[in-house]
Design a protein around this ligand. Structure first.
Ligand code: NAD
Ligand code: LMR
Length: 349
């Protein structure tokens, strides 16, 4: 019995993600919450002949006397797994641009406030659930959830995940393209570490399950790294004002959710990159901090999943000098993104 909840379920990511969760036979209950249209999406999905019972919830109307957000609380009650794609996406840096970068202050403030409020409801309604954060900027929204949970004394770092799977999915696809064989893409695995934006995205190509050809020129490798780091920009530009990645993100979010569900159900040995609080594994976290030479609290690295969430943080393994340079280049941005998230809840240091 697995109850999955999607917060932001009527959006560009939320709808296809909810569809993918509805067709997962392990999901027995699926609750959809959004500030618009969630009941409609739920009724639509409920006609699909798979086991999950689907319900949709909205906030109470503005003039209602109902106590604060009963819809959200009903959606969250008894949740095992909560996925959060609620928030605004980025727009391209052309005319009519609103948010040109993942770290624009306006985008940050809107999404940070949305995630803070949803995290508060989770802390008081479903504090034991696994929480998967998709809303951007992930490097800061995950610390926001953690700080809200800490304020409510319910923070379990093993159960909070920043979803960086889209970077992993893109790395597989783009490596297959360089290898000239797209049929390989679903079997290629490339760990992507660091965080989820720009230079904080660090693909470890030397650890790809399928080796790049010996002697591949540096500029091809550099372009591949750059394409993985700026995959989000590629989609934002192509959508030309209509938002950012939604379908590939829904695919990636569902991939990650499925791994969590398999771990909840007792499967062992599942290792996936995710952006986690390093306190999730004291020993592995300390080793990773030592390797990074920085005392930071969050980093995306391969983690082993178990029925209680993060079992261990695997760290970077053996990396090449050029990958080390990319990791070092990621750290300043990552540290400032983490601080920004923490300060949003706790106030400036
Ligand atoms: P969207 O605008 O299509 O959908 C967002 C949904 O969130 C909307 O339906 C909106 O009504 C809902 N929403 C807003 N405030 C809410 C609240 N308080 N409670 C519940 N729902 C609320 O946007 P999208 O394209 O689906 O993107 C959503 C977020 O995901 C953005 O922040 C985007 O940057 C991020 N994203 C992350 C990744 C990643 O790899 N982690 C990839 C793509 C997009
Ligand atoms: C992505 O990687 O596609 C997302 O984070 C969305 C974005 O704005 O880049």
């Amino acid at each position: 019995m697995v109850k999955a909840v999607v917060l932001g379920a009527a959006g560009g990511i939320g709808q296809p993600l909810s569809l993918l969760l509805k067709i997962n036979p392990d999901v027995t209950e699926l609750s959809l919450y959004d500030i618009v249209n969630a009941p409609g999406v739920a009724v639509d999905l409920s006609h699909i002949a798979t086991p999950a019972k689907v319900e949709g919830f909205l906030p109470p109307p503005k003039d209602s006397q109902t106590t604060p957000n009963e819809g959200l609380r009903k959606a969250l009650a008894g949740a095992d797994l909560i996925v959060i794609p609620a928030g605004v996406p980025r727009k391209p840096g052309e005319a009519n641009a609103v948010f040109t970068t993942l770290h624009s202050d306006d985008l940050f403030k809107i999404n940070a406030g949305i995630v803070r409020d949803l995290a508060t409801a989770i802390a008081t309604t479903a504090p034991k659930a696994f929480v998967l954060v998709i809303s951007n900027p992930v490097n800061s929204t995950v610390p926001i959830v953690a700080e809200v949970f800490k304020n409510h004394n319910v923070f379990d770092p093993k159960r909070l995940f920043g979803v960086t799977t889209l970077d992993v999915v893109r790395a597989s696809t783009f490596v297959a393209e360089v290898l000239g064989d797209r049929s390989l893409s679903s079997s290629i695995t490339v760990p992507v570490v660091g965080g989820h934006s720009g230079v904080t995205i660090v693909p470890l190509l030397s650890q790809s399950s399928h080796r790049l050809p010996e002697g591949l020129d540096t500029s091809t490798v550099d372009s591949l790294v750059n394409r993985i780091q700026s995959g989000g920009d590629e989609v934002v530009k192509a959508k030309d004002g209509a938002g950012s990645a939604t379908l590939s993100m829904a695919y990636a979010g569902a991939e990650f959710a499925v791994k969590i569900i398999r771990a909840i159900k007792g499967e062992r040995g599942i290792i996936v990159p995710s952006y986690v609080n390093l306190a999730a594994d004291q020993e592995g976290g300390a080793a990773l901090r030592k390797d990074l030479g920085k005392d930071l609290d969050y980093f995306s690295s391969p983690v082993e999943l178990g029925p209680n969430g993060v079992e261990s943080i695997k760290g970077l393994g053996t990396i090449t000098p050029s990958e080390r340079a990319l990791v070092n280049a990621a750290l300043p941005d990552l540290i400032s993104n983490i601080d920004k998230g923490v300060s949003f809840i706790q106030g400036p240091k």
